[in-house]
Design a protein around this ligand. Structure first.
Ligand code: NAP
Length: 301
């Protein structure tokens, strides 16, 4: 791959949305996008945290062109309001990075009774993306980037137990949500292609980084993680590189999946990532799409 993030020309005039822009990988992604000259919309659920993150970016890049719009992905009304607010304010959307995510072990649900990780990580982004598509110029520089995870490999979409109440493994629901992110990117890309659209949807995983994602782990796991992470994981800035590559490289194609290539795919240079056979199943992708439409009470594409 010849593409180098440091050689990106100014992106002034182009508009990007990053969900979960205030922390971890999303913060680093936003910082980089602002540096490249994007008008960057920080889609965050907590406005105070978002303002703090914006101020931190402005300290590093004085002319960063940032805007904050409130978004709670677990609440479909909030997603619809965000989309309306964005559409009223902006004429175009060039890059959508569906970065926000939660990792919990509690079985917590959203207001509608849907397991919180499936609701936030998948359904919220499914709805958001489809509501915003009409604002994307029809060219291959228009990108939708989904953040999946190594955790997708162990998972399935548990159609008969979406809330994962019958499954013992407490991590199953997170894996399911991250698998859904990957499958959604593929299916969206296929549907765009069928309609002769040039917009590209693709997925990445960031490897591993010590972000806020692991704050809900049990104390023992959390402290073990804190001790080991500097040796096996990479920084949030490095973990943002697959997202930036997918959003900006002219070398990528729709439906591709990128991630770090080093030790256990936890860190390293960006390249084509490994994925489970299950994640490639088109029958599952179609079923997930239909189910997502039903659960968000909308029909798309
Ligand atoms: N770090 C890793 O090792 C790793 C590995 C694999 C995949 N990932 C994926 O990378 C992405 C970024 O995660 P991260 O590691 O940077 O974690 P993080 O530091 O916890 O950041 C997650 C971001 O998502 C936001 N968010 C959570 N729930 C939301 C909701 N309902 N509505 C809107 N925003 C919400 C958070 O907002 P608040 O600050 O308000 O909570 C935060 O800004 C996630 O999709 C995650 O699954 C991370």
């Amino acid at each position: 791959m010849n593409f180098k993030l440091k050689n990106i020309p100014s992106q002034k005039g182009r508009v990007a949305i990053i969900t979960g822009a205030n922390n971890g990988i999303g913060f680093e992604t936003t910082l980089a996008m602002a540096k490249y000259g994007f008008k960057t919309i920080m889609a965050c659920r907590n406005l105070a945290k978002a303002e703090k993150a914006k101020a931190a970016i402005l300290e590093k890049i004085q002319n960063a062109d940032l805007d904050i719009l409130q978004l709670d992905l677990s609440d479909f009304k909030s997603v619809e309001t965000f989309a309306e607010n964005f559409k009223n304010k902006y004429d175009r959307l060039d890059i959508l990075i569906n970065n926000a995510g939660v990792l919990i072990y509690s079985g917590k649900k959203n207001k509608a009774g849907i397991e919180l990780q499936f609701a936030t990580n998948h359904l919220g982004h499914f709805l958001l993306t489809n509501l915003l598509l009409e604002k994307m110029p029809d060219n291959s520089a228009s990108r939708i980037v989904a953040l999946s995870s190594l955790a997708h490999k162990e998972a399935e979409i548990y159609f008969d137990d979406l809330n994962c109440e019958e499954i013992e493994d407490k991590g199953a629901a997170y894996g399911q949500s991250k698998l859904a992110n990957l499958i959604f990117a593929d299916e969206l890309n296929r549907r765009l292609k069928k309609r002769n659209k040039k917009i590209i949807a693709l997925a990445v995983h960031p490897g591993g980084s010590d972000s806020g994602l692991f704050d809900e782990m049990s104390k023992i796991k959390y402290y073990t993680f804190k001790i080991l992470s500097p040796f096996i994981l990479h920084s949030n800035a490095s973990a943002a590189k697959p997202s930036l590559f997918a959003a900006l490289s002219p070398e990528v194609k729709g439906g591709e999946y990128f991630g770090p290539q080093g030790f256990m795919e936890f860190r390293g240079k960006v390249g084509v990532a490994k994925r489970s056979n299950y994640s490639k199943r088109e029958d599952v992708a179609i079923k997930l799409w239909q189910l997502s439409e039903e659960m968000t009470s909308q029909t798309f594409l």
